[in-house]
Design a protein around this ligand. Structure first.
Ligand SMILES: Nc1ncnc2c1ncn2[C@@H]1O[C@H](COP(=O)(O)OP(=O)(O)OP(=O)(O)O)[C@@H](O)[C@H]1O
Ligand SMILES: [Mg+2]
Length: 391
């Protein structure tokens, strides 16, 4: 099987017990029973879904899992990753390609579907080693206004003709917010999609703040488009079970209390739990010790450091001071004069600007009761240990 990030993810003896940085499946995927069920029902009954969470919590992994449980004769799944789409044109090409691909079993059918449903498209085909199953086709068209709508109507047409439902899953959906004249495009999408009966959409993306604006702000076209699922953290109980079991499966041991510490340090952020557990596992001879954990935390900070430097190097001193206040336990009441002066935050009016700019950078988020928290627990740890109190 394929190495992912240098880590083997197959089920042989040399399989890595923990996986991070890529979507997870099989034994490295844990829990998410409720969300899996809810998403499965939405797919089955054609409910549009929006999936929101902080970064690297497990959106892509969850959707992939539900897709593999659902894809079949009654429901077909078309998947698009909009990450590399820079324009409406790119998006429409990916959309057409994904829909035709999802609804064709063989390449002859592929071509047939493309011809019947999309006469203006030119298929570009390249073959791999096995020409019957191993091929890649992309569709390209000559841009014109009517064609965009034709393409958007495509899944409904195919679904009707073939008598099944289609779910279109679009990852990194926030990309369309960057297209030129994006709001007009979003209006177009929404107006076509909301009338479709046999097709539903699952939209998700890694930029939490933009996703929230697109779907929760009533002046945006996608306001109230569907069921918004906030992906919650996996419970400590499930993580501890998972971590201990993965150690045991490879002939090593870890106590529940150290597994719990892993959860606390990472605030149960999925990717970090796996990454920290991985470093602990690497260091562990036989049974994980507190020392192994301390070593692993440093390893984790080392490996994140380049990214954290990049995320913080352009921040103004006011912005850094604001982060420092949060890290030292201030979560509300930033405009109080004691807080303003202790952390050198400038005027009360400055606070509004700081909150806005740091929220847009996805560095902070507002949680219940207007409390402000850092988005990334390990960035927070890094700032605390290596920036604000270096020794
Ligand atoms: N159900 C799960 N069980 C165990 N680990 C998980 C689970 N979901 C996610 N993870 C961990 O989190 C990492 C990121 O997962 P994934 O790519 O699915 O998240 P994402 O929310 O789509 O991330 P992004 O915001 O970057 O798009 C995985 O590599 C894995 O380490
Ligand atoms: Mg993702």
């Amino acid at each position: 099987m394929q190495p992912k990030n240098g880590i083997m993810t197959n089920r042989r003896n040399d399989e890595a017990p923990f996986v991070f940085g890529v979507r997870v499946e099989g034994e490295t995927f844990t829990d998410r029973r409720d969300e899996t069920e809810r998403l499965k029902m939405n797919f089955k009954y054609g409910v549009n879904t929006i999936l929101i969470s902080p970064r690297r919590m497990g959106k892509t992994s969850l959707v992939d899992k539900v897709c593999s449980l659902t894809d079949g004769s009654e429901v077909r799944i078309a998947r698009i990753d909009a990450f590399s789409c820079r324009s409406e044109y790119d998006f429409i090409n990916s959309f057409a390609t994904a829909v035709v691909r999802a609804t064709s079993n063989r390449w002859e059918e592929w071509i047939e579907n493309a011809k019947v449903f999309l006469s203006r498209f030119v298929p570009k085909i390249s073959f791999g080693q096995d020409p019957l199953n191993d091929f890649s086709v992309t569709l390209e068209y000559n841009a014109s206004n009517t064609t965009t709508e034709d393409v958007l109507a495509l899944p409904e047409k195919i679904a009707e003709e073939k008598g099944y439902r289609i779910v279109v899953c679009i990852d990194e959906f926030q990309q369309i917010g960057n297209f030129q004249d994006s709001l007009t495009f979003q209006k177009k999408l929404r107006s076509v999609w909301q009338l479709q009966k046999r097709v539903s959409y699952c939209l998700y993306g890694s930029k939490k703040h933009i996703m929230e604006t697109m779907f929760q702000n009533h002046s945006y076209p996608f306001y109230r488009f569907g069921d918004i699922i906030y992906l919650q953290k996996i419970s400590e109980e499930d993580w501890v079970k998972f971590i201990c079991a993965r150690f045991e499966a490879t002939g090593k041991h870890i106590s529940e209390s150290i597994a719990k510490e892993i959860c606390k340090l990472t605030d149960r952020y999925s990717s970090y739990v796996q990454q920290l557990a991985w470093f602990v596992w690497l260091k562990t001879q036989d049974t994980a010790t507190e020392e192994d954990l301390r070593y692993a935390v440093n390893k984790l900070l080392d490996s994140c450091e380049p990214l954290f430097i990049q995320q913080t190097e352009d921040l103004s001193s006011y912005q850094m001071n604001f982060l420092r206040a949060i890290i030292e336990g201030v979560n509300t009441g930033f405009t109080q004069s004691a807080v303003l002066s202790k952390y050198h935050l400038g005027t009360a009016a400055n606070i509004t600007r700081l909150k806005k700019s740091l929220t847009e950078k996805d560095l902070i988020m507002t949680v219940a009761a207007k409390r402000i928290e850092m988005c990334d627990p390990i960035l927070s740890l890094w700032l605390r240990e290596r920036v604000f109190s270096p020794n």
